[in-house]
Structure formats: C-alpha cells, structure tokens
Design a binder for this molecule. Structure first.
Ligand code: PLP
Length: 421
C-alpha cells in the first residue's frame, strides 16, 4: 500500500483512514474494493450516506444521462430543470403522502449547513438566543452546530466559548426512565428558575454519533407537546436517520409528531453527492431573499440522483417494510453475539438499520473494527467513549450480505474478546 502521499501531504486531522489501512478504489452495490482488488462488505456506508449502496444502477443511469446531455451542474439557487424535478418529486413522493406541509430551503450541501440554517431561522422567528439540545447529541462541527454537540473532544477544538444552549437529558440518560420532561416544564413555568425559554429544541430521534440511542415515541410526543405549549420550535435533525435509515422516510413518523423544522442531508442524494435541505412550516418562512446563502446550494447532479431515488425507492412502502424485516434479522444476530459475550457487557442498540453493538471494555470496539477489516467488513465506531460498533449496512443489502456481515462481526468479537480474557 502506498500511503505516503496521505501521510506526507494530508493533515493530521484525517480519521477514518486510521482504522482501515488500505487505499480504496472502486465500489458497487454493498461492496467497496481497494486498489489491490480486495472486496470489503460496507456496513459503514459513509456514515449512513450510501443507503442505496454504491452506484445503484437506476441512479447511475440518471446521472450518466444528465452529464451526457450536458445538464447544468452548478446553479447557486437559479431555477433549473433538475431542481424543479427534485422539488416536485419530493412533494409527490415524500410530503404529500405523509400530509406534511413544508417549504424546502436549500442551505449549503452538508448536514452541519442544514443545522446552522435551522438554528438561525429559529432565533430569527422567536427573537430568542438559546437552543435546547440533548446529552450525547451530534449536530455537526461548525460553531453553531458544535455548540449543540455533546462530545467533549469535538467541543474543545472550537477555541471559543460555545454558548446559547441548554442541555437536557436524552431519553434513558438518567437511571429513572420515567423522568420525561416534568422537571424541564417546571423550569420553564417557574419565573425564578433562571431558565429563559429557548427558541427551539433540537433532537435526533435516534442518536447516531452519540451511540445509537433511540428515543421512545412517547418521549418524543411529550417533547413535541412541551414545545407547542411553550412556543419553542421543534427541530428534528434527521441528517443521519432520515431517508429511510430507521424504516420510514422520516425517523419521527412512528412518534406521530410533526416537527416545525427538519434537517436532511447524507442519504438524500442517494449517491454520495452532497445535498441538504431544511424543511420548515410555511408560516416560519420569514427569510429575506438572500439572507442565508451559499455557493453550493445548487448541486444539480445531486438533485438528479435524489429525484431518481425518490421515484425508485419511495413510490410505495416496500423499502420501509424490507428495512424493518432486515432490522429484525440483524437485531437477532447482534443479540446472539451480545449474549455470547455478556461478560464483555455487550448489548444491542438502535432502530431500523441504524444499529450498534455496545462493548464495555475500553478500546475493545476499536479492536473489533480492525479485526472486521482484516476479514473484509467495514464498520466504524460511535459513542462518547467509542464503545459502540456502528452497524449501518445499505438499506438495499441482500439477506446473504447481512448474514455474511453478521458472521464476520461475530468472529471479530470472538477474536478481539479472546485477547481480553
Ligand atoms: N447531524 C447529524 C445527526 C449527524 O449525524 C451529522 C453527521 O454525522 C451531522 C448533523 C453533520 O453532518 P455533516 O458531517 O454533513 O456536516
């Protein structure tokens, strides 16, 4: 492997490459291949970005046709045919069937861009500076989003105070599972509590980077009710868990709630092309023209693959059903691994195809990742102490691929665990 150019030229900030000592070259379906032609089953999917696998043929054809026809590639926010088709598809395939009435805003094309835009909007609409967020939340690494992110290692890199936030315990964070929002409601209602009403509450329905922690539907419904009562906007950050990762298109659907604002990115283009949107209730659309802007809001290639993905995967509920079925299988398989390694405090977390295998001993999860890599499986870590192996297969992975991934993971835990006993 020739890693010299990376080591000599690229910044020390590079990260994932340190778990996977190879140089990747191509990809197709659920596999990526390194430059020596070695296949790796991809249960990482660009942290839940390549949800339809690599180079899905329908999306690839749409993209090739568009480029061959010399379609507009970059347009800032001019009107283009590709953008019109994306917006129409989004309304037809996603919003209308769910009776959701949202305006679509295009921020810069990353998740953190979407979160920044949502924050700015919430503050502008309410005139209030603080935003409430949850323990172990991850919302991105630009300053506004970083202020909402829990991870101390990421926060200390900011170099300036990260403020204007209120921290709330995520579902299950406190030992008393019944805590809910009683105490927060009390703080909001008590003029002597010292807590000013925040502009918004931002939440992930399943915390991804924070450790694959799912919020219960009742907890989410209570949060939505509290937000309504106190005029706080409810922002669902669906950057990682949206676009079907947990089963339904939006991760908040099982809770029966309608957020005021929703952030989407990652899997939205379906092809790994950068694209983000902020969905906002029409009455919140108080932006002045150009007040929030950005050069790469018009990624037309991403509009093309996103529209193709919506037509191909979201015309019915087949993918959602398949995700639930595959999830059951994976949860069973991971449960067997956890049971075999109960001495390691192993446990299964998550929802849909956003799952995690928790391993208590410090550093063990990383050893499992490395052992999995040696056996041809790509998995990475999450959680505040990196104790959770993320299991994020493509939503399109076949039953055989899921079984192969589970087998490799099982062997890898056995191998890494045996070194500990
Ligand atoms: N929000 C959530 C929930 C995320 O998981 C992430 C990234 O993992 C982000 C925001 C930031 O997205 P990006 O890395 O595209 O800025």
């Amino acid at each position: 492997m020739n890693a010299k150019p990376f080591e000599e030229i690229e910044s020390e900030v590079r990260a994932y490459c340190r778990t996977w000592p190879t140089v990747f070259e191509r990809a197709g379906g659920s596999y990526v291949y390194d430059e020596a032609g070695r296949p790796f089953l991809d249960f990482f999917t660009g942290v839940a970005t390549l949800s339809y696998g690599h180079h899905h043929p329908v999306l690839k054809q749409a993209l090739i046709r568009y480029v061959q026809d010399e379609g507009i590639m970059h347009s800032v926010d001019s009107y283009t045919v590709a953008k019109r088709e994306f917006l129409e598809r989004f309304r037809h395939r996603v919003l209308a069937p769910r009776r959701l009435d949202y305006k679509v805003m295009f921020p810069g094309p990353t998740g953190t861009n979407a979160v920044e835009a949502a924050l700015k909007l919430a503050r502008k609409v309410t005139g209030r500076p603080t935003v409430a967020r949850f323990t172990n939340a991850f919302h991105g690494l630009t300053l506004g989003a970083l202020a909402l992110t829990g991870n101390g290692f990421k926060r200390q890199a900011a170099g300036v105070p990260l403020g204007h936030t209120v921290t709330l315990p995520f579902d299950g964070y406190l030992a008393d599972a019944g805590v809910g929002f009683t105490w927060f409601r009390r703080l909001l209602e008590d003029g002597g509590s010292g807590v000013d009403t925040p502009a918004a509450v931002i939440v992930e329905c399943v915390q991804g980077e924070g450790g694959m922690n799912p919020a219960g539907p009742e907890w989410l419904a209570e949060l939505a009710a509290l937000c309504r009562e106190h005029g706080m906007l409810l922002i669902v950050d669906d950057v990682m868990m949206g676009c079907g990762r947990t089963g339904p298109f939006f991760s908040f659907e099982p809770a029966g709630i309608t957020p005021d604002v929703v952030c989407l990115s990652k899997a939205l283009s379906g092809y790994g092309l950068p694209l983000a949107v902020v969905l906002l209730r029409p009455e919140l659309d108080v932006w002045q023209p150009g007040e929030h802007s950005g050069t790469f809001r018009g990624n037309n290639a991403a509009f093309v693959t996103a529209a193709a993905a919506l037509d191909h995967f979201w015309a019915d509920d087949a993918l959602e059903k398949q995700t639930y079925a595959n999830s059951e299988e994976l949860v069973d398989g991971l449960g067997r691994i956890a049971a075999e390694h109960s001495a390691l405090g192993a446990g299964v977390r998550g929802a849909g195809l956003a799952l995690g295998l928790y391993l208590q001993p410090e550093g063990l999860a990383l050893e499992v990742c490395r052992a999995a890599f040696d056996r041809g499986l790509l998995v990475e870590l999450c959680g505040p102490r990196r104790q959770v192996v993320m299991v994020l297969p493509p939503l399109t992975a076949s039953g055989d691929e899921l079984s192969t991934g589970l087998e490799i993971l099982s062997e890898s835990v056995r191998r890494a665990g045996s070194r500990r006993s």
